[in-house]
Design a binder for this molecule. Structure first.
Ligand code: NAD
Length: 509
C-alpha cells in the first residue's frame, strides 16, 4: 500500500529507502508484522519539508499485552532459552554485520525521519549501532559469576557461588534524537544477557527501528525475542511501564517522563533504569586557544541540531579570553550550513518536529525577555528554497550575558541554543556549574592538568570530557548524576542491570 508520496524524496535517496517508506508499517510482535488492534495509524513527517514520510501502526495497550505475551513465550522457547552463550554472541555479530551491510539505507531513513545530516546518521547513529552489537556480542561467554570464600558455619563447609540469569521481559522506551542507536543501547545488553524485549520507539522517529526489526529477524533471532510496538508515549509507553508482565523498564527521555515511567513501574516493582535530560556545562580556562575552543564549543552544542542529551549547552568562559572566544564562536556558528539532512553540504538539519521548534523558539524569546543578548541566530535561516519552506529550521543561536536565574540557563532547551557566561574565580565557577538539577556531562578545556583534574573531581556529572567533547564508546559507562538518571548504560557495568544475580549455597559436609 502506498502511504507516502515518494516523488518528494530528495534525489540521492537510495531505491531501497523509497520502497521501505512507501509501505505501511505494522507492529512487530512474536515474529509477525501486524496492524494495531485498533487499526489506527500515525504519520511520520519529514522535518525538512513538513510533508508525510511514511505511515505506521499506532499501538494500543492490547498490542503491548500481545507483545509481552510473545516475549514471555520467547523466554520459555528452547530456541532462545537453551542456546549457548556463544550462539547468542553469534546472533549479535550477525545483526552487526546486517546493520553494516544496510548502512546507507539506514542512514537515509534516519536522516529523512529525524532531520539530521546523512553523514551524521551514517557515522554516529548507524556506526554506533553496529559497534554496540559487536561489543555486546563478546559478553555472553564472558560475564561470569563468582565463587565466594565463606567461612564454615555451625561446623558446615559451604560452597557459595553466584550465577547471572536474564531478568525476563525488558520494556525499552527510547527518544527521537538518536532513534536507532538509543534502541541499540538497550537491545544489545538485553539480548546479550538472554532477555526478551518489547521496544517502543518515539512516535516522531520510529522508522529506523522498524527497519532494524527486519534485520533482527534476518539475523535469526527466534520470534518474540524482540518485539516493536509503535505509537503514542502516553498510550504504548505508559502501558509498557505499567505492565505486570514486564520485569524491567529501560527508559531514555526527558526527566519529566522518566518520573511518570517510574511511578507506573511501582505496581509490580519492576526494575527501572533511566537516562534523562541534561544541561551540561562546557568550561573554558584562560590558557585555552580561543579559536580552537570556540570550534569545540560550537560543535558541542550544534551537533545533532542541539538535540543531544549531553549537549554543552552552558558555556562558561574565563573573562580573560571571553571576548576572543565569543567572537570566534559567533563566526563559527554563522558559517554552519543549515539545510535538509540529505544535502551533502548540510552541517545542521531541521529540528525534529514543529512542536520542538516552537518550544526552542519560546526559550529564545524567554532568554531575550529576561535580558540575554542575542549574539547570533534566533531566526529561520534564509536561502532554504521552496521545497523546505515548511521545514522546522532554526539558525545556530548564541545567547550571551546570561545569568543563572534565567530559564535558558536552568532548563534543558534541547535545541541549537547556547547560553554563554563569564567566570573569574574557580570555586564560584564550580558552584555555578553544579547549580543544576541535572548531572549528565561536562567539558573542560585547559592545558593545566592539575586544574583539570581538580575541577573534574568537583563536577557532579556522570561523564567529564577534558580537552574533548561528546565522545562515547560501548566500552565506557554512560549515565547521569542527580535528575539525569538512574544507573549506567554501556560498559561491563550495564550487564548487572540486565541480569538477576542468584547466590547458591551448597552444604559440602
Ligand atoms: P520524552 O520523554 O518526551 O519521550 C521519550 C520516550 O518516552 C518516547 O518514546 C515517548 O513516546 C515516551 N513517552 C512519552 N510519554 C510517556 C509515558 N507517559 N510513559 C511512558 N513513555 C512515554 O523525551 P523526548 O522528547 O523524546 O527526548 C528528549 C529527552 O530525552 C531530552 O530530555 C533528552 O535529554 C533525553 N535524552 C537523554 C539521553 C540520555 O542518555 N541521558 C539520551 C537521549 C535523550
Amino acid at each position: 500500500m502506498t502511504t507516502s508520496d515518494t516523488t518528494f524524496l530528495p534525489a540521492p535517496t537510495p531505491f531501497g529507502v523509497a520502497s521501505f517508506l512507501a509501505r505501511e508499517h505494522g507492529l512487530y510482535i512474536g515474529g509477525r508484522w501486524r496492524p494495531s488492534e485498533s487499526g489506527q495509524t500515525l504519520e511520520s513527517t519529514n522535518p525538512a519539508t513538513g510533508r508525510p514520510l511514511s505511515t505506521l501502526a499506532s499501538g494500543t495497550p492490547a498490542d503491548v499485552d500481545a507483545a509481552v505475551t510473545a516475549a514471555r513465550a520467547a523466554l520459555a522457547d528452547p530456541a532462545w532459552r537453551d542456546i549457548t552463550p556463544l550462539q547468542r554472541g553469534e546472533l549479535l555479530h550477525r545483526l552487526a554485520e546486517l546493520v553494516e551491510a544496510n548502512a546507507e539505507d539506514l542512514a537515509f531513513i534516519e536522516s529523512l525521519d529525524n532531520g539530521k545530516p546523512v553523514a551524521v546518521a551514517r557515522a554516529v547513529d548507524v556506526g554506533t549501532t553496529a559497534k554496540l552489537f559487536r561489543y555486546f556480542a563478546g559478553w555472553p561467554s564472558k560475564f561470569e559469576g563468582a565463587t565466594i570464600p565463606l567461612s564454615p558455619r555451625n561446623g558446615l563447609r559451604i560452597l557459595n557461588y553466584t550465577v547471572h540469569e536474564p531478568i525476563g521481559v525488558v520494556g525499552a522506551i527510547v527518544p527521537w534524537n538518536f532513534p536507532m542507536s538509543m534502541a541499540a543501547w538497550k537491545l544489545a545488553p538485553a539480548l546479550a544477557m538472554g532477555n526478551a524485549v518489547v521496544l517502543k520507539p518515539a512516535e516522531e522517529t520510529s522508522l529506523s527501528t522498524l527497519r532494524l526489526a527486519e534485520l533482527v529477524e534476518q539475523a535469526g533471532f527466534p520470534p518474540g525475542v524482540v518485539n516493536v510496538v509503535t505509537g503514542a508515549g502516553s498510550v504504548v509507553g505508559a502501558a509498557i511501564a505499567a505492565h505486570p508482565g514486564v520485569d524491567k523498564v529501560a527508559f531514555t527521555g526527558s526527566t519529566e517522563t522518566g518520573r511518570a515511567v517510574t511511578r507506573a513501574a511501582l505496581g509490580n516493582m519492576k526494575k527501572v533504569s533511566l537516562e534523562l535530560g541534561g544541561k551540561s556545562p562546557h568550561i573554558v580556562f584562560p590558557d585555552a586557544d580561543p579559536v580552537a575552543v570556540a570550534a569545540a564549543a560550537s560543535d558541542g552544542i550544534f551537533f545533532n541540531q542541539g538535540q543531544t542529551c549531553t549537549a554543552g549547552s552552558r558555556l562558561y568562559v574565563h573573562s580573560d579570553i571571553y571576548d576572543d572566544v565569543m567572537s570566534a564562536l559567533v563566526d563559527h556558528a554563522r558559517r554552519i550550513v543549515v539545510g535538509p539532512g540529505q544535502d551533502p553540504a548540510t552541517q545542521m538539519g531541521p529540528l525534529v518536529s514543529a512542536r520542538q521548534l516552537a518550544t526552542v523558539r519560546s526559550y529564545v524569546e524567554s532568554g531575550l525577555d529576561q535580558g540575554a543578548f542575542l549574539a547570533t541566530g534566533g531566526s529561520r535561516p534564509g536561502g532554504l528554497g521552496e521545497e523546505n519552506a515548511n521545514g522546522y529550521f532554526l539558525e545556530p543561536t548564541v545567547l550571551a550575558e546570561t545569568t543563572h536565574a534565567m530559564r535558558v540557563v536552568q532548563e534543558e532547551i534541547f535545541g541549537p541554543v547556547l547560553v554563554a557566561m563569564r567566570w573569574t574565580e574557580i570555586d564560584d565557577l564550580v558552584d555555578k556549574a553544579n547549580d543544576s538539577p541535572y548531572g549528565l556531562a561536562a567539558g573542560l578545556w585547559t592545558n593545566n592538568l592539575t586544574q583539570a583534574h581538580r575541577v573534574a573531581a568537583a563536577i557532579k556529572a556522570g561523564t567529564v570530557w577534558i580537552n574533548c567533547f561528546n565522545m562515547t564508546d560501548p566500552a565506557s559507562p554512560f549515565g547521569g548524576y542527580k535528575q539525569s538518571g538512574w544507573g549506567r548504560e554501556m560498559g561491563r557495568g550495564v550487564l548487572e542491570q540486565y541480569t538477576e544475580t542468584k547466590s547458591v549455597w551448597v552444604n559440602l559436609t
